[in-house]
Ligand binder design. Sequence first.
Ligand SMILES: Nc1nc2c(ncn2[C@@H]2O[C@H](COP(=O)(O)OP(=O)(O)OP(=O)(O)O)[C@@H](O)[C@H]2O)c(=O)[nH]1
Ligand SMILES: [Mg+2]
Length: 615
Amino acid sequence: MAEDAEGNANFSVPDEAVAALRKFDGPIAIVAVVGLYRTGKSYLVNRIVGHQHGFKVGPTINACTKGIWMWSEPIPFENSRGEKLQLLVLDTEGIGGTDASSDYDTRIFSLAVLLCSTLVYNSLGTISEEAIGNLSFVANLSQHVRVKAAQGNAKDNDEDSSKGSTTDALSSFFPSLLWVIRDFSLVLEDEDYNEITELDYLNNSLKLREGFSSDVQAKNRIRQSLTSFFTKRDCVTIVRPLVDETKLQQIDDEPYESLRPEFRTRMEKFRADLLDQLTAKTLQGKPMSGSMFSTLARTFVEAMNSDGVPTITTAWDHVAKTETKEAMSRAMEAYQKQLAVVIENDRTGLPMDANELSEQHKRIKKDVKTNFLKSAVGEGAIETYMPKLKQKMQEYYDDACSENDRVSLELCSVLFVKLLDEHITSCLPNAPGVNDVDMLVDVAAVRMKLDRMRDTYMTESRGPLRDFVWQSKLTDASFVAYSAVLAWEQEKKDEEIRAVEQRARNAEAKLSTVAATEEILREELEMSRKEGGSQGAESQMLMIKLSGQEQEVEVKKKQLADMESKLKAAKDKEEEMKKEYEIEMEKIKLELKEERDKEQPVMAPAQGGCGCVLQ
Ligand SMILES: Nc1nc2c(ncn2[C@@H]2O[C@H](COP(=O)(O)OP(=O)(O)OP(=O)(O)O)[C@@H](O)[C@H]2O)c(=O)[nH]1
Ligand SMILES: [Mg+2]
């Protein structure tokens, strides 16, 4: 995974490794195997991962493994505490390879130290003075790794505690050390022939030696560094797997079952004990996943490539920030998905009651925040990203509310128009084709229909703008309806008056005809009187006729007087109705004005304000 790009100057973590690490989705435990080159490290790694032909095992004296390699499949296992973990194994380039500088060796070693939870140091034979001497670079580890970023103008190489590069500061971040001695054939006993453990053997070997020679001093410095950096340590000895030298060179071609039983027993115990004591690699209290590990590896590698000194806490902060930012994105996605389920529901989705939408938002937000905190890492990163997550959720919710308003307005408006047409418009006296049964003939009928329409509207309308739509549209609609009914009533009265007037005109015409006849008769009578005696009988007849005519005139006059009084009554009634009409219209206008005033503010209609304006 970390490889030497050109010469030994730069490392990189290839995308392939990052992709493979994504498969490590649970808590991971990391074992890195380090040690001198050509000491059987890759073979040991193959035994840990359980594959005969896993990593390349080289038969020649030339260094085989380059950079740091990882086993790309997670190996699930359970440690002695019952924790279910995924094992990630790293095989590293051997230290002391002829074509690599000691600085390069230290970088490989430092990277392995920084990345793993247990460091397996593999060596051949015994923990001799020579073996200790081979670890000389450990004494310089503090120059290659820092706990905290340098402060102010302090010089890089100072062993200054303010820079967090002291042995103590580093050791708290370092992994446990398991020293594996291969081809071990000695009896484990002290100078007094008492049996000792492998750990005793390691600790005895790491005790400071007496003497003042530069060689003793140098090796004591290595011993001191090893014991200070790796406070948790253990040792395992494993015998030679094969006696035959030729076969040993090609050990990966030898079936495992054909190896020495003592070797297999020790190897299996080593693996079981290793997994038992392994714990999850954590970062700021959170178990690390494969993706966090890849960010951590890239951060260390980039630091090494730029200034050569990776800083543990800076790298951790970076990983925490990256991980928490990703957790925020995932949380936001979860929020959007869950809210979509609520608002896109055919039956109960938008438009929906504003309070219900708010309740759902609160429920989902709580759930999402809990999950975010489970995967977010580091207090600083949480302080940065939690407010951002809250803000993003609020913005999304606000958009959902606006959409709720929009669809509510649309649905309620369409519903209002439909109900208005069904209940009112199509039943008005001026509606085309309206029948006498359905026709709204007076204000009371309109009022009753509006009440019914309101009941249906309140049952079928949805969303926050239902009251607003009702109130804002009702005023105009009812004004039109009442005006139409009142105008129709008025028209009916006018027709009645016109009919009475016509009848009066007819009576007048008849009266004038009667009056003319009377005049003729009167003239005839006068003439008869003047003509004298013989015509007395005729004049008598005319007298009778005339008196009949007079009676008829009287009757007609009486009838006309009746009509006039009726006409007057009709006109009085009309006046009265006009007054009533004006009063009614004034009332309507006043109530409409009150309704409009009630509608303020426009987007927050008063609760329950859905009454008919004329009530
Ligand atoms: N003596 C001995 N040789 C072994 C043992 N295991 C493997 N070998 C041999 O040691 C040689 C090197 O094995 P590798 O596993 O490639 O060793 P390595 O430490 O990974 O080598 P580099 O990657 O080059 O540093 C091979 O010829 C193996 O057959 C062992 O337990 N004892
Ligand atoms: Mg190797």
